[in-house]
Design a protein. Structure first.
Length: 216
């Protein structure tokens, strides 16, 4: 891992990308960043104590079928890709000069430090086209039942209204369809993926990611 400066972790929603990516970043002393911070697509359509579902998000899931939801999110990722590529290039090609190192130390995200970037926007075919040095990628997958349980728990599905359940069901249908398409692309391109739903701890999954990216 000594020469890797960017670790990319892709996968569908609620598969554990954020948790694992933070653990990997801590291990490596790298900055952590989700692609969602670059530009957000309509996200989770369930309320939490801190957040109500915005009307446009509810309408998005209510009005589109699964294939339209997939088309919408993949179009969003395609528009976002140039910004992702620039971010990867910035960290992968940076020279760790004294100035860059000082900036990274002060901000935790300067170009002189490494980066762990995670998100569903890391579409396999786009990542496979990268020609930047010192970057490695892996995708996380999980059995649909695992993802479904996580969404149901987060959205309090058992006590949700019929409308709230409908929105969660649409989100899950999109999430499961995305994973099928993503896995097919990963396998076709000969890229690496890890089952994140097999009962392994976060530390064990971080170990697996580090091992996989070391063999890039």
């Amino acid at each position: 891992m000594d020469d890797v400066r960017v670790v990319l972790i892709g996968g569908t929603s609620n598969v554990g990308k954020s948790t694992v990516a933070r653990a990997v970043a801590e291990r490596l002393g790298f900055a952590y960043r989700p692609t969602d911070l670059l530009a957000r697509h309509p996200g989770r359509p369930w309320r939490t104590p801190e957040r109500e579902v915005p009307p446009h998000v509810a309408e998005h899931y209510r009005s589109l079928d699964v294939e339209e939801l997939i088309e919408s999110v993949l179009d969003h990722y395609e528009r976002l890709w140039p910004r992702i590529e620039d971010l990867i290039m910035l960290h992968a090609t940076a020279t760790a000069t004294a100035t860059a190192t000082a900036t990274a130390t002060a901000t935790g995200s300067g170009p002189g430090t490494g980066l762990v970037l995670e998100g569903s926007a890391l579409w396999p075919s786009r990542v496979a086209e990268l020609t930047v040095p010192r970057a490695a990628a892996v995708w996380l997958t999980a059995d649909p039942a695992v993802v479904r349980e996580r969404v149901h728990s987060a959205g309090h599905y058992a006590t949700a209204t019929p409308e709230e359940r409908h929105l969660m069901d649409k989100f899950l249908a999109r999430t499961e369809r995305y994973q099928i398409l993503m896995t097919q692309s990963v396998d076709r391109l000969g890229l690496r993926r890890i089952d994140a739903g097999g009962g392994r701890s976060v530390a064990q999954l971080a170990d697996a990611v580090l091992a996989a990216t070391a063999r890039r």
